[in-house]
Design a protein around this ligand. Sequence first.
Ligand code: ATP
Length: 237
Amino acid sequence: MSTTPALELQGLTKRYGNFTALQSMDLTIRAGEIFALLGPNGAGKTTMIGSVCGLVKKSAGTIRVFGKDLDRDSVGPRYEIGLVPQEINFDPFFSVAESLRIQLGYYGRPRDEARIDEVLTALNLHTKKDAMTRALSGGMKRRLLIAKALVHKPRLVFLDEPTAGVDVELRRDLWNYVRKLAAEGTTIVLTTHYLEEAEELADRVGIINEGKLLMVEDKATLLRRFGERRVVVTFEQ
Ligand code: ATP
């Protein structure tokens, strides 16, 4: 496995006017790991992801993806990234397959029908290939978001609160899918409010609050330090 980190953030800062949403974040994500960024509402998790994915313009700091500085090469490294956003981002009037074809075009890739079939099968959506996206159930929409993020074979995948608002069964399915992706060598960064989710999936966990990365620990150390569930209890007060 490559020793070049999948992601290196140095001094990453985002300000909205006088408000600092992300304050000088330093973080290295190792290639091949599952990293969970754990924090309450408004902590800055989506801002971090958006800065890396080009959806948010950073105020300061450097971002390297597989060793490449995004300020110097803003397109190439981003093709290595897949983003599963919190919210549905596909057009309700396209079919499932059309959504994936558009996504491939967006990443400058040819319309690879075999790849589309492969990703739909992996996410158990192959029977819905020609269905309109608006006709999918909530769980299917969630899986299509993942298919969209993966169809161009990214090496680094961000999942922004992938299981917020999903039922227990789908949560298990999504967790299993994340583990499978990681076993295939994909680097995963997921954000979550739930210590349980970080505990289930992550190799290392970062805790963020009010725009500051408070600590990064391997999972076992974190659980020893805080004791079961106490981090979540603190956030919920
Ligand atoms: P959640 O768990 O609720 O999704 P989060 O940790 O992802 O929260 P962010 O969405 O990154 O948090 O928001 C961090 C802070 O930045 C919040 O206080 C939010 O209100 C603020 N913020 C986000 N986007 C903007 C914007 N466009 N303009 C002003 N403030 C913003």
